[in-house]
Structure formats: structure tokens, C-alpha cells
Design a protein around this ligand. Structure first.
Ligand code: SAH
Length: 237
């Protein structure tokens, strides 16, 4: 599916993802159209493929961002609280911030410090109100082990951008009732699970489709001494 969605501009890419039904809501389409991927991907920002960020990490492919945001859209309404584990480039934090609006809150958790700092800087470059959102606490980039989530908070929507064998209890506990999580589960064979916590607190797991993500694991399994590939300026879309 993916190769058909690549384009020469951000708007072209988003339109292709929407026409291919990978983006399934107009809210997600408009939010992705308003955040230029060129601020987050070091090169080929409009190619529908994962792109290396450095330190053994990648910004996920646009079709994965599209599917994750579409799956979580009902839980990313204005005022909602969202958590992005393994926030990497910062791209999803930015689009989620658009979706939840100025009354919402988005927390990105990334365990590689250089990448977390770069993600925050990319976010500030991409969003005209980026500094304000961070200063007001609407958006926070946290350098920590994402398997623990963001202790002390609960979220309407949780996105996990790296794969793990067992869904951490901490993340399930931090999901509001109702709330929804999008998470790749497995090692060699990985599948996306959509996990919904109902209003009564019941956990419903749906196995969706096979994927290939980097692992949600210990810091020393990554090349965290390496360099982050810089993004100097966005290409015009
Ligand atoms: N959604 C991000 C995906 C980045 S790749 C994007 O599209 O930009 C997955 C990220 O998960 C990597 O940046 C990696 O460093 C991070 N990661 C892996 N294990 C982690 C852990 N235990 N805690 C926090 N982040 C982790």
C-alpha cells in the first residue's frame, strides 16, 4: 500500500493517505496536513517509508502515523490528554497537539536524550505556537523509560511507537476509562493491538495487522551515543 502514497509535498502525501483510506477521518487529514513532515524527517519527508533519525531509530512511515491517529481519533478530541511513548522525531506529538487543541495535553516520552531534545526542538520549529504550548504545559517532552508511561497521570489516548512482547501494566493503568491504546506487540512477529478500556474499566484487546517496529527496550540496546541526523530547515510543501 505504502509506495502509492509517496508524494512531492506534504499536502500531496496526506491526500494520498486519505484517498487510500489509511487516514479515515477528516480531522486527522486536516491535522496531518497542518504539520509539515519536513520539520521531522531528515530527508525524503514525503516518502511513505520509515526514515533513519540516528541512534538506530526511525521516524515511522506516514501510513503508520495515519493508521495510528485514525484509530485513536475518537480519544483525541479537544481537551483530551494523550501520551506518545517512543516519541522519537516528535511528529506524532505535534499532530496530537493539533487534535487535542489548546485545552488538551500531550506528553511524549523518549529514552534517548539527544533524540528527545531534538524532537522538542523540531516541535518548536514546526509549530508556530510551539513554545507557548510547552511553556503552558499543554505539551511536554520527557526523557525517560516509556515502559513506565508518565507516572501520576492518566490519558484518553496512548500511542506506543516501539514494539514490546507484553503490554506494560503501567500503561494499562494510565489509560482512562474510557480510553484507547495503539501498540505494536511481539518481537519477530509483531502485530498492532488496539486496546480499549471501556467506561466500566473492562479491557478489550483487538489484534489488527502485522508490522515491523524497533523494540521498546533498554537504553543500552540502542546506539544512544550516536548522532541524531539534524533537520536544518523544512522543504516547502
Ligand atoms: N513515533 C516515533 C517513532 C520513533 S521509533 C516517530 O515516528 O518519530 C521508536 C522510538 O522508541 C525510538 O526513538 C526509540 O528510541 C524509542 N524507545 C525505544 N525503547 C524505549 C523506551 N523503553 N522508552 C522510551 N522510548 C523508547
Amino acid at each position: 500500500m505504502s509506495w502509492r502514497c509517496s508524494a512531492a509535498s506534504n499536502s500531496g502525501l496526506v491526500e494520498n493517505l486519505y484517498r487510500s483510506n489509511l487516514i479515515t477521518t477528516t480531522r486527522v487529514r486536516d491535522a496531518m496536513a497542518s504539520v509539515d513532515r519536513a520539520h521531522f524527517a531528515p530527508h525524503m519527508p514525503y516518502k511513505d517509508a520509515p526514515i533513519a533519525l540516528g541512534c538506530g531509530t526511525t521516524i515511522s512511515a506516514p501510513h503508520m502515523h495515519a493508521m495510528a491517529l485514525s484509530a485513536l481519533d475518537d480519544y483525541l478530541k479537544p481537551g483530551a490528554h494523550a501520551l506518545d511513548i517512543g516519541s522519537g522525531s516528535g511528529y506524532l506529538v505535534a499532530v496530537m497537539a493539533k487534535l487535542v487543541g489548546p485545552a488538551g495535553r500531550v506528553v511524549g516520552v523518549e529514552h534517548i536524550k539527544q533524540l528527545n531534545d531534538a524532537g522538542e526542538q523540531r516541535f518548536k520549529n514546526a509549530m508556530p505556537d510551539g513554545n507557548e504550548l510547552i511553556n503552558r504545559g499543554n505539551v511536554e517532552f520527557v526523557c525517560a523509560d516509556g515502559r513506565l508511561g508518565k507516572p501520576g497521570e492518566e490519558f484518553d489516548a496512548i500511542h506506543v511507537g516501539a514494539a514490546i512482547n507484553v503490554v506494560p501494566d503501567e500503561l494499562l493503568a494510565q489509560l482512562k476509562a474510557p480510553g484507547k491504546m495503539f501498540i505494536p506487540v511481539g518481537d519477530f512477529a509483531q502485530y498492532i493491538y488496539e486496546i480499549t478500556k471501556t467506561e466500566s474499566g473492562q479491557i478489550v484487546r483487538e489484534k489488527k495487522f502485522g508490522v515491523s517496529y524497533v523494540p521498546l527496550t533498554d537504553l543500552d540496546e540502542y546506539d544512544n551515543s550516536g548522532d541524531i541526523i539534524p533537520v536544518n530547515f523544512p522543504s516547502v510543501s
